[in-house]
Design a protein. Structure first.
Length: 269
C-alpha cells in the first residue's frame, strides 16, 4: 500500500478506538503505548487466522506470503536453493526474500523471519539454531611481511583490521574467552568484501571459514594466531516473539536444517 492509504486508515482506526496509536513528529512516527498494545493483540489475531487457513488446506500445503530477510554474504549461495525448493513444493506460497547484510527490524519492516549469522545479541526475538559457523583470523602474506604477525590477543590493538563496524572480537584462549577491540580504516557490512580487503593486505580479518577457504588454499590469505581461534558462532532463523511460529516459518526452518545436514561441505570447519 502507499503511505497515504496507510496513513488514512490509521487515522480512521485511531478515531474509531478513541486513542492515539502513533506519536507523529517531523522526523517520523513511533508507536504509543496504546499502539504497541493494539499491535500485539492484532498480531495474535493474524496468527490465529493464518493457523485457521492452514488447517483447511490439504496436508502439507502452504499458502500466503513468506517474507524473509537473509544476509547477502551467505544468502545467495547457502540459503537461496532452499527457498527455491520450498517455492517448488508449495505452488500457492509467495516467497519474498530480501538479501542484505544490514540489520533489519523484523517487526517494523514486516518480515516473518530472518536468517542471522554469528553471535546473536540479546533481544526479544525467538531464535532457532540451524548451522554452526567457525572462523579464523587471517591476513595476506604481504601484510604479514610488512607489519609482522600478532602473537597474542593484546597485539591486535597494534594492527590494522578489516571490520564490519565497531565490533569486538571474541577469541578463545583454551576455555577462556578473550575480548579484543580491533581498529582499522577499512569497514564494510559485507563479509565477501572484507575477505577481499584482507587478501589485498588492508588488515587482519576475523572471518568465517566458508568465505576464506579458497583464499587459504590459493595462499592469498594465511591463518593468524591459530592458537586463539574466534569463538564459534552459528546461523539462526529468528522470528518475532509469539506463542508459536507461523507454519511457513516452521517448514522453512526444517528445510534449512535438512539442507545443512545434507551439505556439510558448505560449513567447513
Amino acid at each position: 500500500m502507499s503511505k497515504s492509504i496507510v496513513s488514512r486508515r490509521l487515522l480512521r482506526l485511531e478515531s474509531a478506538l478513541g486513542v492515539q496509536l502513533l506519536a507523529r513528529t517531523t522526523r517520523g512516527a513511533a508507536l504509543t503505548e496504546a499502539g504497541t498494545t493494539f499491535r500485539e493483540h492484532a498480531a495474535r489475531i493474524r496468527d490465529e487466522l493464518e493457523l485457521a487457513k492452514d488447517t483447511l488446506l490439504p496436508t502439507g500445503e502452504l499458502c500466503g506470503r513468506l517474507r524473509i530477510a537473509m544476509p547477502l554474504s551467505f544468502g545467495p549461495t547457502h540459503f537461496a536453493p532452499v527457498l527455491a525448493k520450498m517455492a517448488q513444493r508449495h505452488p500457492q506460497l509467495q516467497i519474498n526474500a530480501c538479501y542484505s547484510d544490514r540489520f533489519v527490524d523484523l517487526i517494523a519492516e514486516g518480515f516473518d523471519c530472518a536468517i542471522r549469522l554469528g553471535l546473536l545479541p540479546d533481544s526479544n526475538l525467538i531464535a532457532k539454531h540451524i548451522a554452526p559457523i567457525h572462523g579464523k583470523l587471517v591476513a595476506s602474506p604481504a601484510y604479514i611481511k610488512m607489519h609482522g604477525a600478532p602473537e597474542t590477543p593484546e597485539d591486535i590493538a597494534f594492527h590494522q583490521a578489516v571490520l564490519q563496524g565497531t565490533e569486538s572480537w571474541h577469541l578463545m584462549d583454551g576455555d577462556k574467552i578473550v575480548t579484543v577491540q580491533p581498529q582499522g580504516r577499512f569497514k564494510s557490512d559485507n563479509g565477501i568484501a572484507l575477505t577481499a580487503a584482507a587478501a589485498e593486505g588492508l588488515g587482519i580479518g576475523c572471518l568465517p571459514n566458508c568465505l576464506t577457504l579458497e583464499y587459504l588454499v590459493s595462499g592469498a590469505l594465511v591463518p593468524v594466531m591459530p592458537q586463539y581461534p574466534p569463538k564459534s558462532g552459528g546461523a539462526f532463523v529468528v522470528r518475532p516473539p509469539g506463542s508459536y511460529p507461523d507454519r511457513k516459518v516452521r517448514v522453512l526452518t526444517e528445510m534449512l536444517i535438512e539442507h545443512v545436514q545434507s551439505n556439510p561441505h558448505l560449513w567447513e570447519e
